[in-house]
Design a protein around this ligand. Structure first.
Ligand code: NAL
Length: 325
């Protein structure tokens, strides 16, 4: 796989493809970042962007993870002290999950977000941005019903961070795209460059396949889950073997195979007793999807294999959480 393929695989959107292709020509030493509101426990959404960071490290990028403590505070996620504490735990879980420790820089937002230059630049961005635009950018990020002033400042700080952390590529789930578009449009008006962005897909809610999986509602998978929890959740997952009338395959089990399992394992073995045809082995996602659609692979067997692989991915982070208790 060449650098561009590795960088762009499983991405939902590149902004823009031409810019990403240019970065891929010489990825050595380029800096990519992702930011997270610290939550203490890694869940499957964090793991999805983390998979992309692992791809980028393999391609030669340096990776910066911003533990966005001030952002979490602005988004009403608790006291500043609590947030700082959970950020420390999160750091360890990222490394346990498989990021290369030597090549991952962890930063706290509060390290630089109170500096004079930063605050003045922030006010300059405030002057360039309507309240309406700022609150639209937050529609898929904000907690609570109405946008507080703090939440309108949030996307402007996220934009500015891209500049202050000296980054070449911004990574985020699709829920971050409106913030990134705001950054692309407004940073040039205060003299900075438009950032290049890569967005990862969102996974459907596990039990219904409807809406997007999130840590705040519905069934999700986190590093706190025991092997039994994972088996139970995956067994109860929505897993239709055929496409809906629009031709879409809204199937969280398949999505997790595609975005979590195949990027991390060379090949996937679905164990089956001989009387049901014996084991199946796949070296790419598409052949697994085809077999589920044709009926060769039964959803129950797919789920049982998925639970085993997910458990393997989560086990090292779960161990870190236990040690921290
Ligand atoms: C991500 C978040 C907050 C600030 C950032 C600054 C720079 C780069 C990425 C950042 C958190 C993200 C979330 N908005 O919803 O978790």
């Amino acid at each position: 796989m060449d650098a561009y393929e590795l960088i762009s695989r499983n991405a939902e959107e590149l902004v823009t493809e031409a810019e990403v292709r240019e970065l891929a020509e010489d990825p050595e030493g380029k800096r990519a970042y992702v930011g997270y509101e610290p939550s203490g426990v890694l869940h499957i959404g964090h793991m999805l962007t983390a998979n992309k960071l692992i791809d980028l490290q393999e391609a030669g990028f340096e990776v910066v993870i911003l533990l966005a403590d001030v952002h979490a505070y602005l988004n009403d996620k608790g006291s500043f002290e609590e947030i700082r504490e959970t950020a420390e735990r999160m750091k360890e879980q990222f490394i346990a999950y498989g990021l290369d420790e030597e090549n991952t820089e962890f930063r706290f937002g509060s390290e630089f977000q109170m500096d004079d230059d930063y605050v003045l630049d922030l006010h300059a961005l405030e002057l360039e941005t309507t309240l309406n635009r700022a609150s639209r950018a937050m529609s898929e990020i904000q907690s609570g019903e109405s946008t507080k002033v703090s939440q309108a400042v949030y996307p402007l700080m996220q934009s500015l961070d891209i500049e202050y952390l000296d980054l070449d590529l911004a990574i985020g789930g699709m829920e971050q795209r409106k913030v990134h578009m705001l950054a692309r449009d407004t940073l040039p008006s205060i003299g900075y460059e438009s950032p290049t962005c890569l967005h990862t897909p969102l996974i459907a809610e596990l039990s219904s396949g409807e809406g997007k999986m999130s840590s705040s509602k519905g069934v999700t998978i986190s590093m706190e889950d025991s092997t039994e929890d994972i088996e139970e959740k995956v067994n109860g997952a929505f897993c239709p073997p055929t496409r809906d009338p629009d031709g879409d395959l809204e199937n969280p089990v398949l999505q997790i195979f595609e975005y979590h399992v195949f990027p991390r394992f060379e090949n996937v073995v679905v164990e089956r007793p001989d009387k049901y045809g014996g084991n199946l082995e796949y070296d790419d996602y598409e052949s697994l999807e085809d077999d589920l659609e044709s009926g060769e692979l039964h959803p129950a067997d797919a789920k049982s294999a998925l639970a085993t692989y997910l458990d393997e991915l989560i086990a090292p982070g779960r161990e870190k959480l236990r040690q921290a208790e």
